[in-house]
Design a protein around this ligand. Sequence first.
Ligand code: G3I
Length: 304
Amino acid sequence: ESTLGAAAAQSGRYFGTAISASRMSDSTYINIANREFNMITAENEMKMDATEPSQGQFNFTNGDRILNWALQNGKQVRGHALAWHSQQPGWMQNMSGSTLRQAMINHINGVAGHYKGKIHSWDVVNEAYADSGGGRRDSNLQRTGNDWIEVAFRTARAADPGAKLCYNDYNTDNWTWAKTQGVYNMVKDFKARGVPIDCVGFQSHFNSGSPYPSNYRTTLQNFADLGVDVQITELDIEGSGTTQAETYRKVVQDCLAVTRCNGITVWGVRDTDSWRASGTPLLFDGNGNKKAAYTATLEALNAG
Ligand code: G3I
């Protein structure tokens, strides 16, 4: 196959990208997105601050733009993200206790309810674990009680029973890292107690501080063995040239080696669209040309 989405579909997987509503009128950008990808994540437009700027007043304008474009072009959509310590609207940031807990529940009901039946997978909770030590990250949501994550998942299940419900985080790729073990133990506990979780998202923002680990496939397989799907949700890889291309190839090979690895999403289209202000972490250069990383990714998908 000659596009990433079609190549991934040969094994029943998807290949996606993050889309920014503000770039949709850029024809080079939107043409690449339409041609290459069959799964779409809104880079910012479905987050808490974007969708509930005033308490109880939901705004789906930009989220709907992205979702409708995706669905009209035969693509599926990953929802990102229902509950997160970051990018909370101002009114939520200083809330605490039962008021915040109820606001989170209302938010999930409002957003997952609006998109009910249209989302392939939701990142229900994003980045709830601390960077070191293996425990939870301190946040206003965490201070409402350790059960906030399972409450979020139960709420999301009731609001949109058809969506896969994912926990999504970064620096959970290396099996030996404490953060990975912390998330693994949470998922194991959720499965044991019947908390509705269907998938784990590995953001996979690889750079010199958190490089692609040689045990990545082990990590994906160990999570899958808990009875959840695994998805690579925000892939980007620092670097350039052959080194970068070969790392992309390994990531794809690792996903394809794990039956329950459903698909891969890269976090942007061109290098110039990346959240990383400097660097060239994506598959297309600033002019929309395919990089060596693109070729390696496509080859790996076709070989699988
Ligand atoms: O929309 C406003 C604009 O009105 C304002 O003038 C401008 C001035 O700063 O800011 C604009 O908002 C920015 C927004 O992106 C849209 O461009 C925010 O400042 C900026 O912080 C925000 O960055 C996003 C970041 O999440 C915020 O945490 C990135 O685009 C987005 O790629 C990034 O994505 C995250 C995932 O959600 C979770 N995992 C990590 C990943 C990378 O950080």
